[in-house]
Ligand binder design. Structure first.
Ligand code: KG4
Ligand code: ZN
Length: 341
């Protein structure tokens, strides 16, 4: 088939995602999120997420097919996130995908969640130039990936040595009394603020930079923000939430974009793709655009809905596996919660 019809299933965290792709064209992206069920706990609760996937899986598959005008029997293959992610959540997706593939008699492709975040840009902006540099920033990951071929050859140049970028947004939001997940709230608050506080930029100078050229560290920044806020409160002064949000956000975005552009230069990549939930951040998008313009690098960022976890990205990578003739997975495909890229 030259334009394979692929249904992709994503359940690595708290979104039940089902996407359908024909070749390199996105037909539908259906997502059911359990994020509201986790908000009162201030973070994703694995058991709650797994149960929500079980409830949402079949309705989300049905909705995706209905909206795409596709019958299950028309599908050429099923793809599914087999790792990394929450073990119980992954298992719901993998078991569902196996059942579909087995009953329809079509191949099953287990794919890597991080690679899918990169691959989704193919259905958004067309084929990925080789090599592409990818900056993946989400609640669980902050990585710089050199991508010669998204189906078979991704090299991690560096990643966070402590908190992920999105995790830092979520923790700082909590310090500022903003709801979970905090990223969008900090983004919004920062628009009314000014960058008045010079928070630390982890692993950017001296020996730290030498040893961790393309790694990130955000836990020191989070602690610095906490201390700054506590000192204000202890002095009986009000906390300028918008200014703290803007200053914190600036520190994160400065480090992410600086290292990403440096990596492009050193590796000879003329294209930078940014994915993961934090790629929805308006300041990250703006700073990445201006630094890429200055460096003559083409920036590719999918629309926000395709940056956060979704099924379209899994279908997009599944379609590439079929188009490039990669081997299908066996039906005893395991879920691998700590799968490397
Ligand atoms: O990719 P994602 O949906 O899930 C995974 O973690 O895999 O990313 C969620 C993360 C959360 O930490 C959330 O706070 C962050 O992405 N996020 C943002 C924004 N929108 C979502 N962070 C900063 N600015 C935003 N606008
Ligand atoms: Zn993700």
């Amino acid at each position: 088939v030259d334009q394979p019809l692929i249904l992709g299933i994503e359940t690595s965290c708290d979104e039940t995602g089902v996407g359908i792709v024909r070749g390199e064209t996105l037909l539908v992206d259906a997502v059911a999120s359990s994020v509201d069920d986790h908000a009162r706990f201030g973070g994703v609760v694995p058991e709650v997420a797994s149960r929500a996937h079980l409830e949402e899986m079949v309705p989300t598959i049905e909705r995706a097919c209905r909206e795409a005008g596709v019958q299950l029997r028309d599908l050429d293959a099923i793809s599914v996130t087999s790792g990394p992610g929450l073990a119980g959540s992954l298992m719901v997706g993998v078991a569902s995908a196996k059942a579909l593939a087995l009953s329809l008699g079509v191949p099953l492709y287990g794919v890597n969640h991080l690679a899918s975040h990169v691959a989704v840009d193919i259905v958004e902006h067309g084929p990925l130039p080789e090599p592409t540099m990818a900056l993946l920033v989400s609640g669980g990951h902050s990585s710089l990936l050199l991508v010669p071929d998204v189906t078979s050859d991704i090299r991690s140049l560096g990643s966070t040595i402590d908190d992920a970028a999105g995790e830092a947004f979520d923790k700082v939001a909590r310090v500022l009394g903003l709801p979970f997940p905090g990223g969008p709230h900090i983004d919004r608050a920062a628009r009314d603020g000014e960058i008045t506080i010079d928070f630390p930029r982890g692993l950017t100078t001296g020996r730290d930079m030498e040893r961790h050229r393309f790694d990130f560290s955000f836990s020191g920044l989070k602690t610095a923000v906490s201390r700054w806020v506590q000192a204000r409160e202890a002095a009986g002064e009000s906390v300028p939430v918008a200014d703290v949000a803007a200053s914190f956000q600036e520190a994160v975005v400065d480090v992410l974009t600086r290292k990403a552009v440096l990596a492009c230069r050193e590796q000879g990549a003329q294209h930078l793709q940014i994915g993961g939930g934090v790629a929805a951040n308006s300041r990250l998008r703006a700073m990445a655009q201006s630094r890429c313009d200055d460096a003559g690098i083409e920036l590719r960022v999918p629309r926000p809905g395709l940056c956060t976890d979704n099924g379209a990205m899994v279908a997009a990578l599944g379609a590439q596996m079929v188009l490039k003739g990669r081997d299908a997975s066996r039906l005893d495909l395991p879920a691998d919660s700590s799968m490397p890229v």
